[in-house]
Design a binder for this molecule. Structure first.
Ligand code: C2E
Ligand code: CA
Ligand code: CA
Ligand code: CA
Length: 279
């Protein structure tokens, strides 16, 4: 792939000092990225398993670097998480997601909700509730339209404080999704300890549906668990029709993956939304 290709190559194959230099350079650029308006969001559709209609989307951040082209989040989010930058990037993502939601709303484009990834560091700051509230209020977006995706890695820090903030957000109407479910070390305990509404089945299981009996058994178990706990289920990373069929048959609520659409710019994504007469 051309996007981020050069950066990735340099990071993994050059000698250590070159790599450190490279990291430092990237981090220095990243410090300017928000102010220079180099970040943007792409949107990946999620469709209802029942009728194939787009109900929601996941917002995924990209970095349009002046020299390197489009840098994927797998490269710069970890850098941001190791520095203090994840706070400002995370706030920008929330604000931009709300701005876009409000715009679509004014245009009469129907989207039940938008899902935004939240890094554990954003919860550690203790300011997530106010950041979310500020973004929603600034753009006049209802709490119900926002979903936050968290991973169990947030329990590594102050679990009490993190789950208290999630509980407060949830109480106001935000949906909380547990991302990458099944890939961590303590998924079941996480399910008990965190206030969540949505379970996202990780791509690792979805990918091997149909070729690997244990992936199928695990997916079935996760979806059964979601059902008995009354959680909404989303499967991600669906690339083939057979995987989609298997997930529908197992009772998964929403489907997400290249089969239904790659993450794409807002202008492209909105073409796929139903439109009612504009307000
Ligand atoms: P994630 O939250 O697990 O997001 C799903 C990733 O899988 C996305 O990669 C998406 O493009 C990719 N994907 C979706 N469907 C398919 C498929 O059918 N096949 C395959 N092979 N891949 C698929 P992306 O956009 O590169 O994001 C990577 C990770 O970066 C995300 O993983 C998330 O952890 C992080 N990230 C992205 N945006 C944000 C953000 O705004 N804030 C934070 N904190 N993290 C973010
Ligand atoms: Ca996610
Ligand atoms: Ca995920
Ligand atoms: Ca992930």
């Amino acid at each position: 792939a051309k996007e981020g290709g050069r950066g990735r190559h340099a990071m993994f194959e050059e000698p250590l000092d070159a790599r450190l230099h490279e990291r430092g350079a990237l981090l220095a650029d990243l410090r300017q990225a928000v102010a220079r308006r180099e970040l943007l969001l792409h949107y990946q559709p999620r469709v209802a398993a029942a009728d194939g209609g787009i109900r929601s989307a996941e917002a995924l951040v990209r970095w349009q670097h002046p020299g390197r082209g489009l840098v994927p989040p797998g490269v710069f989010i970890p850098l941001a998480e190791e520095s203090d930058l994840i706070e400002s990037i995370g706030s920008w993502v929330l604000d931009e997601a709300c701005r876009q939601l409000a715009l679509w709303r004014r245009q009469g484009r129907v989207l039940d909700r938008l899902s935004v990834n939240v890094s554990p560091r954003q919860l550690q700051s203790g300011r997530l509730v106010e950041t979310v509230e500020a973004a929603l209020l600034r753009h006049g977006v209802p709490w119900r339209q926002l979903e936050l995706e968290v991973t169990e890695s947030l329990l590594v820090g102050d679990a009490r404080q993190a789950s208290a903030q999630l509980a407060e957000l949830r109480q106001r109407g935000v949906l909380i999704a547990l991302d990458d479910f099944g890939t961590g070390y303590s998924s079941l305990a996480t399910l008990r300890d965190l206030p969540i509404d949505v379970m996202k089945v990780d791509r690792a299981f979805v990918r091997d549906l149909g070729s690997d009996a244990s992936a199928q058994a695990i997916t079935r178990a996760i979806l059964t668990l979601a059902q008995s706990l009354g959680k909404h289920s989303v499967a991600e990373g669906i690339e083939g029709e057979a995987q989609a069929a298997a997930l529908r048959q197992l009772g998964c609520d929403e489907l997400q993956g290249y089969l239904f659409g790659r993450p794409m710019p807002a202008a492209e994504f909105e073409q796929r939304l139903p439109q009612i007469s504009a307000a």
